[in-house]
Design a binder for this molecule. Structure first.
Ligand code: AHM
Ligand code: MG
Length: 335
């Protein structure tokens, strides 16, 4: 059987679905950057890449060396190719401007360069999450690209995906027509299509939430999780299993593989912030992947992809995965 590489898949998409050539190029470049990040991550202590930088990002979180390295790899790979009008990242306060000497393109790339960074030093899976938007028409304006250009609801994403750096490095991708999974063949250096048209089972008996925050949750989440924990004897009449990896990529990857429900609700620790996770480069791309695989994603009250973002680093509560449980958790928020 001939192997379908990411490049071949993208060329076939260009032919059959009119995927623009510059979008194909963009995805290829992101994938190449992810290979480089995978390589840096895998070196661990031997590469001197573990530990912190001693700096904080815009969210006040301590930056790990690999957060910064991964961010730089993505910026450098993508800035010169002429396919982007700008970039934004978890690790940068403001929109990144394409340097003046390079041509500009039609797309915007938004990413979390290394998600789950609390897991880097303990050798647990981490990943890169990315989202691609079209740059709105700037009416001939040539100055710096402002944050407003990026503030588009997730329904406007033209592509989304993540790379997971685990026992295998994989790239999960959607161009809005299903979800494809590619595994990195390290000898060949290419991503090979190994998981076609991934589907999330509608029902599940597995959930993921950081239980240590229980006392801070709002009433609907308290009720829902207590029913999950009550198992067969409780109102839901079935036993549930729990997993929490603390890398969203790894938790979402498990859900795309065998179903499940992922929750990071808003809580009373920082009442002014609606949750921990970020809308533009965590929740939106993951929600597009999950919906494209037949699952659902809400913030408890509305579909995540319909939310109109108000700022680049906006937070959002997340309930995503198998449809039946996302719908149940969402219904509990309705009263
Ligand atoms: P990060 O982008 O700084 O790595 O934070 C996001 C991560 C997610 O990957 C994960 O789901 C969550 O934070 C874990 O949070 P907690 O440490 O509260 O369990
Ligand atoms: Mg993250």
């Amino acid at each position: 059987m001939s192997r379908v590489t990411l490049s071949r898949y993208l060329i076939e998409q260009t032919r059959s679905h009119n995927t623009p050539a510059d979008l194909r190029f963009l995805i290829e470049v992101v994938a190449r950057a992810c290979k480089e990040i995978s390589h840096a991550v895998s070196k661990g202590a031997l590469g001197g890449v573990l530990g912190s930088m001693g700096t904080e990002n815009v969210q006040g979180e301590v930056q790990k060396k690999l957060d910064v390295i991964s961010n730089e790899i993505l910026l450098e790979a993508n800035e010169w190719g002429g396919h982007l009008a700008g970039m934004a990242s978890e690790e940068m306060d403001n929109a990144y401007q394409i340097p003046g000497q390079y041509p500009k393109g039609a797309y915007l790339l938004v990413f979390d360069p290394l998600d789950g960074s609390s897991n880097i030093d303990v050798n647990v899976s981490v990943g890169t999450i990315f989202s691609v938007l079209r740059c709105p028409d700037r009416n001939g304006e040539s100055g710096d690209l402002g944050e407003e250009a990026f503030l588009q609801p997730g329904t406007q994403q033209v592509a989304a995906g993540y790379a997971i750096y685990g026992p295998q490095t994989m790239l999960m991708l959607t161009l809005g027509d299903g979800v494809m999974g590619f595994t990195l063949d390290r000898e060949m250096g290419s991503f090979v299509l190994t998981h076609e048209n991934i589907r999330v089972p509608e029902s599940t008996a597995e959930f993921a939430i950081n239980m240590s925050n229980q006392r801070h949750w709002e009433a609907p989440v308290q009720r829902y999780v207590s029913e999950l924990l009550a198992g067969k004897e409780g109102p839901l009449g079935k036993n549930y299993n729990m997993r929490w990896i603390a890398s969203m990529v790894a938790d979402v990857h498990r859900i795309l593989t065998r179903g499940g429900l992922f929750m990071y609700p808003r809580d009373a620790r920082e009442p002014e912030k609606p949750g921990k996770l970020r809308l533009m480069y965590e929740a939106n791309p993951m929600s597009m992947l999950i919906e494209q695989a037949g699952g659902a994603a809400t913030n408890g009250t509305q579909r995540i992809l319909d939310i109109q973002p108000e700022s680049l680093h906006q937070r959002v509560a997340v309930f995503l995965g198998s449809k039946e449980e996302v719908e149940r958790a969402t219904a509990y928020h309705q009263g």
